[in-house]
Design a protein around this ligand. Structure first.
Ligand SMILES: C[S@@+](CC[C@H](N)C(=O)[O-])C[C@H]1O[C@@H](n2cnc3c(N)ncnc32)[C@H](O)[C@@H]1O
Length: 419
């Protein structure tokens, strides 16, 4: 690939992503499948450029009002992540002059919106709950890349042994501050060719997701349901907590997502997991298990706004109307999943949303409408699981993780005991 073509490819890819009619990661992957000759570094440059533009879209669109060439080309020049050498060699002299002028603008003098790069419907409630100065810390962290966390499969390996094996492979990894299974990797090395990855000793999983699985305190020999299992990130953690005993049902309406669980299951050494595609949350198969389950995790479909570091397109693809629809779904799924529990059983509701409307509001409404469930405070549960600094992870009895405070994605969780 001639380097001059890279800027053109980046513009073409950005045009496709900015249609915002499909998740950006899917559009980028499809583009790379169509352009097989692109090398690792070229793919990295294109993907990171597109993500840089998505993160600062409002600022860049403002700056790109001047200049020449297509809008996408100007946005690519502003967000380019493939090294300045390529810009020096392959942007035209007028483009380079324009870029120098744009970069010299003091962003701090621009209107708020161009500094936080969030839509109003999202910025307003976040400011409301965090206050002005913390809001800006959150906005900055949402516009940075997320760290790479691993979960060590406790069934097969010890965290310190995995860290030592990674160090031998030249990969620096330190224990995550809260999850007992977590390792945070320095940089973004390719992991899937490592022997310890292939044999299922580790999975890529944000530390926050690990904590959600931990809140179930799933034990040996129990009947457990992961109600919205998806590709099974949390299912795998639950299965390891159960030491590969008992029965762990992985429900989801998406067969496609459950299919993605299968190779991960094969690596994990787990044989206690039963993936089940359900038609909807009131599927007959759920009725049959009613009152028989010890622990239910509801990792509900949500706006995903806690993952903006990884999925910056969501802030442009989500809308208040879509979130209202999700809220109805969340309440329906939680109510239906609750029927599975036996007396003394535990229900965990979780999202990766930052919005109280998908979190506290859903949990509080459930408590009001279900007197047969007693809300449990999250902190003692975390302490029981030997989670460090548990008190810093909770708010009003719920788990509340924030990228700017905890370096995790944004997560919420609530716990109930079935009386
Ligand atoms: C947040 S994702 C789950 C992520 C997964 N737990 C993990 O750790 O990788 C939410 C999942 O809920 C599923 N879902 C949507 N509607 C559902 C329903 N009515 N019943 C069960 N699952 C549903 C979606 O297909 C999606 O996989």
């Amino acid at each position: 690939m001639h380097p001059s073509a890279l800027l053109d490819l980046a513009s073409e890819l950005l045009r496709a992503v900015l249609k915002l009619d499909a998740p950006a990661d899917g559009v980028v992957s499809a583009y790379f499948r169509e352009h097989r000759s692109l090398g690792h570094r070229e793919r990295h440059a294109l993907a990171e450029t597109v993500y840089a533009v998505l993160r600062r879209r409002l600022l860049f669109q403002h700056l790109a009002q001047s200049g020449q060439g297509s809008m996408e080309r100007r946005l690519v020049l502003l967000g380019w992540q493939g090294g300045d050498g390529i810009l020096q060699a392959h942007a035209s002299p007028p483009e380079r002059e324009w870029l120098a002028r744009a970069r010299a603008i003091d962003v701090d003098t621009l209107p708020e919106k161009l500094r936080h790069n969030l839509p109003d419907w999202l910025a307003t409630p976040l400011k409301g709950v965090l206050g002005e100065s913390e809001f800006w810390a959150l906005a900055a962290s949402l516009n940075a890349a997320a760290p790479l966390d691993l979960r060590v499969n406790a069934l097969q390996a010890k965290r310190e042994d995995v860290a030592a094996a990674l160090a031998e492979a030249g990969i620096e990894a330190g224990a995550t501050p809260h999850s007992p299974w977590g390792l945070r990797i320095r940089g973004k090395p390719a992991l899937n060719k490592l022997e310890l990855f292939k044999r299922g000793d580790v999975e890529v999983q944000d530390e926050g997701s690990q904590l959600l699985a931990l809140l179930t305190e799933a034990r040996r020999g129990e009947m457990v349901v992961d109600f919205c299992a998806g590709a099974g990130g949390k299912t795998l953690a639950l299965g390891a907590m159960m030491r590969n005993t008992g029965r762990l049902y992985a429900f989801d309406v998406s067969g496609h997502r459950l299919d993605a669980l299968k190779p991960r299951l094969a690596r994990s050494g787990l044989s206690n997991v039963y993936p089940v595609q359900i038609a909807h949350e009131r599927d007959d198969r759920i009725k049959r298990l009613s009152g028989k389950i010890d622990r239910v995790l509801v990792d509900a479909p949500c706006s995903g706004l806690g993952t903006l570091r990884r999925n910056p397109d969501l802030k442009w693809r989500q809308s208040p109307k879509a979130i209202e629809e999700l809220r109805v779904k969340q309440a329906a799924i939680l109510a239906s999943a609750a029927r599975l529990l036996k007396p003394g059983g535990r229900l965990v509701y979780a999202t990766c949303s930052l919005l109280a409307s998908e979190n506290e509001a859903i949990a509080e409404a459930f408590s009001t409408e279900h007197p047969g469930f007693e809300a449990l405070a999250v902190q003692p549960v975390l302490e029981c699981c030997k989670v460090g600094d548990a008190g810093t992870l909770v708010q009003d009895g719920f788990l509340r993780l924030w990228p700017h405070r905890h370096a995790t994605d944004g997560f919420f969780a609530a716990i109930w005991l079935k009386k």
